[in-house]
Design a protein around this ligand. Structure first.
Ligand SMILES: *Cc1c(COP(=O)(O)O)cnc(C)c1O
Length: 230
């Protein structure tokens, strides 16, 4: 039986090794501990062990855990699909929404952020794998949106997010991540002044090393942190 602390150390070592292999500075890469598999108590243990950024893919689950763990300075990240009718309750709780996948959602977030008088930080989720079951803008859809992003004046678009296709091997995962990085580099020249597409949220338990080699700045890791932990 391993502890969450052992798992976290091991993941951090692997992140550091991948960064070194990529010739990158490890401080450029943030670990988002994905707590969707565990209850609030276990999420709290992960936080106590030194993982300050926690991610949930379902808004209701994030609300619940944020409520259970109010006393902590946890930085919450929403990494899964957000319906427009859940924006109001989610926005005040989160540091970053990784999964903005429609213009309609972007507009809803902008409107709520205006009411809160606090800019909302988001990433655009891009479907780079072409997997029809996945959320996210197609690259073409996103490209159309880019020049008009300044319309959403209460939203700060901080970068892009993507997932590799379900069950892809290391080579095709790496190709998908390279594609996201290339889109980011190209789109940075097409977005209105003041928008910096700095963040690339890519890489999960099965493929985070490939993602780091391709420039990931945020890896979203769940299973590897909780596997065999008691
Ligand atoms: C579940 C989930 C993760 C973490 O997946 P693991 O393979 O358990 O590390 C990362 N990103 C998203 C969007 C997820 O839904």
């Amino acid at each position: 039986m391993l502890s969450i602390s052992d798992n976290l150390s091991r993941v951090q070592e692997r992140i550091a090794a991948a960064a070194e292999k990529a010739g990158r500075c490890v401080e450029e890469i943030q670990l988002i501990g994905v707590t969707k598999y565990v209850d609030s108590t276990t999420a709290e243990s992960l936080f106590a062990t030194g993982c300050q950024r926690l991610g949930e893919s379902r808004p209701q689950e994030l609300w619940q855990k944020a409520k259970d763990l109010t006393s902590h300075s946890i930085e919450w990240h929403l990494i899964g699909h957000l319906q427009t009718n859940k924006v109001r309750r989610t926005l005040p709780l989160v540091h970053l929404i990784h999964s903005v996948d429609s213009a309609r959602l972007l507009a809803a977030i902008d409107q709520e952020a205006a009411l809160l008088r606090q800019p909302a930080r988001i990433l655009l989720e891009i479907n780079v794998s072409g997997d029809e079951n996945k959320h996210g803008f197609t690259p073409d859809e996103a490209e159309v949106l880019l020049p008009g992003l300044s319309v959403y004046s209460n939203v700060k678009v901080a970068g892009l997010m993507a997932m590799a296709a379900w069950k892809s091997d290391a080579v095709s995962a790496r190709r998908a991540f390279a594609r996201l990085r290339e889109l980011r580099d190209r789109w940075q020249k097409q977005v209105p002044d003041g928008i910096m597409l700095r963040e690339l949220s890519m890489g999960m338990t099965g493929d985070f090393e490939e993602a780091i080699l391709e420039g990931s700045t945020m890896v979203r890791i769940g299973s590897a942190l909780f596997a065999d932990a008691g």
